[in-house]
Design a protein around this ligand. Structure first.
Ligand SMILES: Cc1cc2nc3c(=O)[nH]c(=O)nc-3n(C[C@H](O)[C@H](O)[C@H](O)COP(=O)(O)OP(=O)(O)OC[C@H]3O[C@@H](n4cnc5c(N)ncnc54)[C@H](O)[C@@H]3O)c2cc1C
Length: 475
């Protein structure tokens, strides 16, 4: 019997789970995929928006501002990367400059710091701004994170506090049984007093198991280029002026690890799981980035990827108890800025829960996690000492990103550790570099097999059906 079952291990479910793990509660997170953070949380722009963009009076505006304010401290506690790079909103001409005034007024009302730069000032910082850019609003406290690192770290912390994570556990049916809900999954049944629906693009199907939704998911895909680290054409995040029709538009983002992302487009797709890239989508990105930037070396792209926004027919976030389904709480329609808002979405859910659930703080809960050892951040002397005590930290497996065997082993052995090649890639980055795993992937397969005590033939890339090796060859 659980107090709370959270459906979905994206940033919404993970952030909530960590916060709830500070109370005396029995909590489970059930996730349909083979790892955490596999939905929208895996593929997005990674921007901690400060909150100037959402319309006045929306839940998005409220939770974005409150969520962004918490991020730096959360990342510090969880030893996650948080890099303040600043965001330039680049206006082209008088009409768009008038829009900057609207954003500035919103920022003033919400206490968000910014400064206005003329073209010459902005060019001094960003020489690749396009010739059409006439003025810029600089939201200099805007940051970037590594979204799946944050989600996974939240779950690691929560599970260390006693929460339970069940992977490969898609919710298939929910029945009301007296004061409880019973959730059916192939991994077993979960009896719980409260349910939180944080299922992203599948949230409408989950909601429909207890009540008829008045909204439905309208998934919108966004596609990206990832540029090689040695290009670095920008220092700040560069946005066009947002519009009702195009949303935030095509941006350029310096990532926490020094790559540059260019994207996304915004195309409705029929299949909510359709996260493939398309020629049309990438051409759109290519054409539209030139509005704000020039000299972008798209020929130095090392990867394309796409994510699907859990947009719905409701233009705002929906965080509420479902009418007719007591103790069943929706955290749905969490499109952008859902990453930035996640800490405050969690607070809002906890506020709803606290109306009928006694929340007693757990004095033994620890809201941090063990810091990962990152040899690249150590001095030469510290590194030598580390390698002396554990030679695996001296064995480089990923040459592009300089990742050692010690880091890979640690990410597998940790609570909520990696079980797949992609899980290792998401946690410590082998395969994220220029060769995209060409050299290191076979080594990662070997390490996973050894650490998990399975045959290399059983190691999967990502989902349970994604085995990499077919059979043994004679050597
Ligand atoms: C292209 C793009 C760019 C974005 N850029 C930004 C940005 O820069 N900044 C920002 O703040 N936000 C951004 N967002 C929005 C942000 O990524 C999302 O709001 C956020 O990731 C939503 O998190 P979530 O946990 O609600 O959903 P998800 O991350 O989608 O997680 C839902 C989870 O539920 C699981 N699930 C689904 N069905 C079931 C089931 N039946 N049983 C069990 N589990 C199930 C899924 O597998 C998934 O893991 C962007 C989104 C996209 C797609």
């Amino acid at each position: 019997m659980y107090d709370v079952v959270i459906i979905g291990a994206g940033i919404t479910g993970a952030m909530l789970c960590r916060k709830l793990s500070g109370y005396q509660l029995r909590i489970a997170v059930i996730e349909k995929e083979n790892d955490t953070a596999e939905g929208a949380t895996m593929a997005n722009s990674a921007v901690i928006h400060t909150g100037y963009d959402p319309e006045d009076g929306t839940l998005k505006a409220e939770l974005n501002v409150k969520g962004a304010q918490q991020y730096e401290a959360i990342c510090r506690d969880l030893h996650c990367l948080y890099k303040t790079v600043g965001a330039y909103i680049a206006a082209c001409g008088a009409e768009e400059e008038a829009q900057l005034d609207v954003l500035a007024a919103r920022a003033d009302a919400r206490g968000i710091p910014y400064r206005r730069l003329d073209r010459a000032q902005a060019l001094g910082q960003e020489p690749n701004l396009s010739d059409g850019v006439t003025a810029v609003l600089d939201f200099y406290t805007t940051a970037v994170v590594y979204p799946w690192e944050v989600a996974n770290a939240c779950l690691e912390c929560a599970c260390e506090n006693g929460a339970e994570l069940f992977l490969n556990a898609p919710c298939q049916a929910i029945q009301r049984d007296g004061d409880c809900y019973v959730i059916e999954t192939p991994a077993g049944s979960f009896r719980t007093r409260y349910v939180v629906n944080a299922a992203g693009v599948h949230a409408d199907a989950i909601h429909a198991m207890v009540a008829e939704p008045s909204w439905h998911v309208t998934p919108r895909r966004g596609e990206y280029y990832v540029l090689d680290k040695d290009t670095q054409p920008i220092r700040h995040i560069i946005f066009p002026v947002p519009s009702k029709e195009k949303g935030k538009g095509v941006l350029a983002i310096p990532t926490v690890y020094g790559n540059t992302l260019i994207g996304p487009n915004s195309d409705f797709v029929d299949d909510p799981d359709d996260n493939g890239t398309s020629e049309d989508g990438l051409n759109y990105v290519r054409a539209n980035i030139s509005k704000t930037l020039k000299n972008i070396p798209l020929n130095r792209s090392i990867r394309n990827f796409a994510g699907v926004r859990p947009t719905t027919t409701c233009p705002d976030f929906i965080v509420e108890e479902v009418a007719g389904a007591p103790h069943f709480i929706d955290a749905v329609s969490i499109e952008s800025p859902g990453l930035a808002s996640a800490p405050a979405v969690a607070d809002k859910i906890i506020e709803i829960l606290s109306a009928s659930l006694e929340l007693i703080p757990d004095a033994s809960a620890v809201m941090t996690r063990k810091a990962p050892v990152v040899p690249a951040e150590l001095s030469q002397a510290e590194r030598n000492e580390l390698i002396r005590s554990n030679p695996a930290y001296g064995k480089i497996i990923c040459r592009c990103e300089q990742i050692s065997e010690g880091e890979i082993v640690d990410c597998i052995r940790r609570t909520c550790g990696a079980r797949t090649v992609k899980g290792v890639k998401k946690r410590v980055r082998p395969g994220m570099g220029r060769c995209q795993g060409g050299f290191c992937e076979p080594r990662v397969v070997e390490i996973l097999a050894r650490e998990l005590g399975i045959s290399p033939l059983e190691v999967v890339y990502d989902g349970q059906d994604s085995r990499i090796l077919e059979r043994e060859n004679r050597v």
